[in-house]
Each structure stands twice: as structure tokens, then as C-alpha cells.
Design a binder for this molecule. Structure first.
Ligand SMILES: [Zn+2]
Length: 209
């Protein structure tokens, strides 16, 4: 085996050992099934952590991770995963979670004409999505990337609302937009802000403790 591949595999297996030890009881208790409270769609950015939603530890069985996408874009795979959540797991909340400093949004604002076709396609779609949405009405002073991150979150929320109109109208499903402030644009790095509730602009943050 190539040395770098072997090092990678060994490193990840040893990290996994820590997980196995730390979550042994929870994994055993959840063997029978899951009923997560929410499904959070995040950007694939390696700085976006599921633990932003659950505290220091991962909350197994509570937050459905699902596929992360570049720029937290809602695509068919996400809609299918949400359908599974709504119909079979009775998940009540779906959150589109963007983040400040999103490289995908940033790239979509620059010249991406020389990127390979599949990436160019995605960036074109991402840009078209958020260009259809007006500027957020309640955001504090923000840089242009952050303003477009908020527009993109709202654009993705609107896509979900179209596909789950009945469930949202009946209150069975609530679709939220949020931004994880990894860059510290509005305060501490890593703080979550809710920016949309069923397509209505809002700006809700947690309290300092
Ligand atoms: Zn991102």
C-alpha cells in the first residue's frame, strides 16, 4: 500500500476508535430505529460541523445529517432524503444552513468560465438560484458574500416550500433557513442565526451565556 494512503487509513481508524468508545451506549440504544427532530442540510465545507447544532457532542438520532452539498444547494437527492424524513421518520423541521465565507457562493460571484464543465454547471445553477431572491430584509451590516449567502439560503428554502406545500400548510413540516457564522461577521465565530421561517425573513440569534 502507498505510504500516504496507509497513513490516512490508520489515522481515520484510530479517530473512529474514539467514536466507538464515546458513543457505544447511544449506538446500542438507537439500534431499534430513529426519529430525528430535524434534518439539517449544510454546505459541504469542512468547517461546517454538525456539532454547531448539537453542542460539543454529536447528538445521534436527533439531527439527520443527510447529504451535504456544495453551497447547501437543494437538489433531487436532498428532496428525496427529505421525503424519506417526512414520510417515514416524522421529522418536523428541515433547515437549510449556509455559512459566512462560503467558497461556493464566492466562486459563483467571480469568473468561473475556466472551471471544468460539471463544476461550472453547478455554479451557474447556484447563482441563478440566489439571483432570483431579493436582498434579506433584516440582516445587520454585512459584506457582499454574506448578503448572497443569505439570499442563497432563502432560494433553497423556497425550493423546498414548493415541493412540500401541503406538509408546510398543515404544520407537519417547518422549513427554516439559517447561517452559521464561521467567519465571525456578526459576532463570535460559529454562532448560528436563523434567517428564514417558511420563507419569511427573520434574524434570530442565541443569547450569550
Ligand atoms: Zn460553503
Amino acid at each position: 500500500m502507498r505510504k500516504d494512503v496507509e497513513r490516512f487509513i490508520q489515522k481515520r481508524l484510530s479517530k473512529n476508535e474514539g467514536f466507538v468508545q464515546a458513543y457505544r451506549d447511544e449506538l446500542k440504544a438507537l439500534k431499534g430505529g430513529q426519529s430525528p427532530e430535524c434534518y439539517v442540510l449544510m454546505c459541504g465545507d469542512s468547517r461546517c460541523a454538525e456539532t454547531a447544532w448539537s453542542g460539543e457532542k454529536v447528538e445521534l438520532g436527533e439531527v439527520f445529517g443527510g447529504p451535504a452539498t456544495m453551497g447547501n444547494v437543494v437538489n433531487d437527492a436532498v428532496l428525496a432524503t427529505l421525503a424519506f424524513n417526512v414520510d417515514h421518520l416524522k421529522t418536523k423541521f428541515f433547515v437549510v444552513c449556509g455559512h459566512t465565507g462560503c467558497g461556493a457562493v464566492e466562486a459563483s460571484m467571480a469568473d468561473f468560465s475556466s472551471e471544468r464543465a460539471i463544476l461550472k454547471n453547478e455554479l451557474e445553477k447556484l447563482k441563478a438560484d440566489y439571483m432570483q431572491v431579493q436582498a434579506h430584509s433584516q440582516l445587520p451590516e454585512s459584506d457582499t458574500v454574506t448578503l448572497n449567502v443569505a439570499r442563497n439560503v432563502q432560494a433553497q428554502v423556497l425550493k423546498v416550500l414548493q415541493s412540500f406545500e401541503m406538509e408546510v400548510a398543515s404544520g407537519q413540516l417547518t422549513v427554516l433557513g439559517a447561517i452559521c457564522d464561521n467567519q465571525g461577521v456578526w459576532g463570535d465565530e460559529g454562532r448560528l442565526y436563523f434567517t428564514s421561517i417558511n420563507g419569511e425573513d427573520c434574524f434570530v440569534k442565541g443569547e450569550n451565556k
